[in-house]
Write a protein that binds this ligand. Structure first.
Ligand code: BT5
Length: 318
């Protein structure tokens, strides 16, 4: 009923009388009034003027599923939404839901995370209502060894959405950092449930700093608000990201990863640089030459030997 009331208010540029709404929706005046209080409690700014009625002045800065669904034209990406005000980690919830059969394209969103994670269990700082903390369930018909391309695909989709909605030029530091002005704007955490030759499901987690104030950010981090000086609609950015993710993923499913990798090369901040790659196994230093078809980074060491790196933290040396 809340949604129906909202739709009526949205579709009117003027005040709508409470009596008319109650009548049209077949609810009592008292029940209608309760719904209005409910919506106000959710942050919808609804003004009531005696003899004129009700008017929707502004929407809350929340990623409610009903708001996301409006205007989202994807086929399956974000068609099933789990929304939380606070969650431990959206990736953990997504892994559980996927194991229970949640369909491809299901998304899990939270306004804040108490145990937001990066790779190797590092913390992802997730202040309430400031960023986008999203996990997407995918079930691609690919071998587990090719899954890293999906991290690249998510990064490309994020950069495309950032450009489209905010006009921000962002770059990707291999494999999963979204950078703007050399600072970390977002990160991607891809997790799989797979056997040797079969993927059951993949969860792509993405965290983006949107309306964070400078003082609440790590020195190595930035946010869209810091970059542009004003608040950004998380809702529009999220919708565009889902749209781009679906578009790129459909191409990937049909034709393989070549198009993703081509786009990634153009958005890469790593290729051509002298890099140091730190993994639990070893440190490798050399020139980042290219990206392989499975998403691995090809590095030429000082000795001339070519190495392919599948995981690790990259330091851009120069
Ligand atoms: C990442 O890991 O960059 C992946 C982050 C993925 C977060 C999303 S949020 C939704 C979903 N649910 C989750 O639980 N996770 C995903 P990594 O490359 O390991 O980088 C982690 C490092 O980034 C930390 O050790 C910090 O140095 C830094 N960091 C932490 N929070 C940050 C933030 N909000 N902005 C920029 N840098 C941050």
């Amino acid at each position: 009923m809340n949604e129906k009331i909202l739709n009526l208010l949205r579709n009117s540029n003027d005040y709508v009388s409470g009596e008319e709404i109650s009548h049209r929706l077949g609810v009592s005046r008292q029940a209608f009034w309760k719904h209005i209080q409910d919506l106000k409690g959710m942050g919808y700014d609804i003004v009531a003027v005696p003899h004129l009625g009700y008017r929707l002045v502004s929407l809350p800065d929340r990623l409610f599923s009903s708001e996301i669904e409006r205007g989202l034209d994807t086929k399956f990406m974000g068609r099933k939404i789990y929304y939380f005000d606070t969650a431990s980690s959206t990736n953990d919830i997504a892994m559980q839901l996927a194991s229970k059969g949640a369909p491809e394209g299901t998304i899990i969103l939270s306004e804040s995370q108490t145990k937001g994670r990066g790779r190797l269990n590092r913390a992802w700082i997730s202040p309430k209502y400031k960023g986008i903390y999203l996990s997407v369930i995918l079930k691609p018909d690919i071998l587990p060894k090719d899954a890293p391309v999906l991290t690249l695909l998510a990064g490309v989709s994020a950069c495309e959405a950032l450009k489209e909605v905010c006009g921000v030029d962002s770059l990707i530091k291999w494999p999963n950092d979204i950078l703007a002005q050399n600072k970390k704007l977002g990160g991607i955490l891809t997790e799989l449930n797979a056997e040797t030759d079969e993927i059951h499901h993949i969860v792509i987690g993405i965290g983006l700093n949107v309306n964070n104030d400078k003082k609440s950010l790590l020195p190595s981090a930035t946010s869209l608000k810091e970059l542009g000086g004003e608040n950004v609609s998380r809702l529009k950015l999220l919708q565009e990201f889902l749209r781009r993710l679906e578009e790129n993923y459909l191409v990937f499913q049909k034709k393989g990863g070549a198009a993703t990798i081509e786009k990634w090369r153009r958005l890469s901040d790593t290729l051509g640089r002298h890099v140091r790659i730190i993994s639990h196994k070893e440190h490798i230093e050399g020139q980042a030459l290219d990206i392989d078809t499975d998403g691995g980074l090809l590095v030429r060491q000082g000795s001339g030997i070519m190495r392919k790196v599948m995981t690790g933290d990259v330091v851009h040396c120069r």
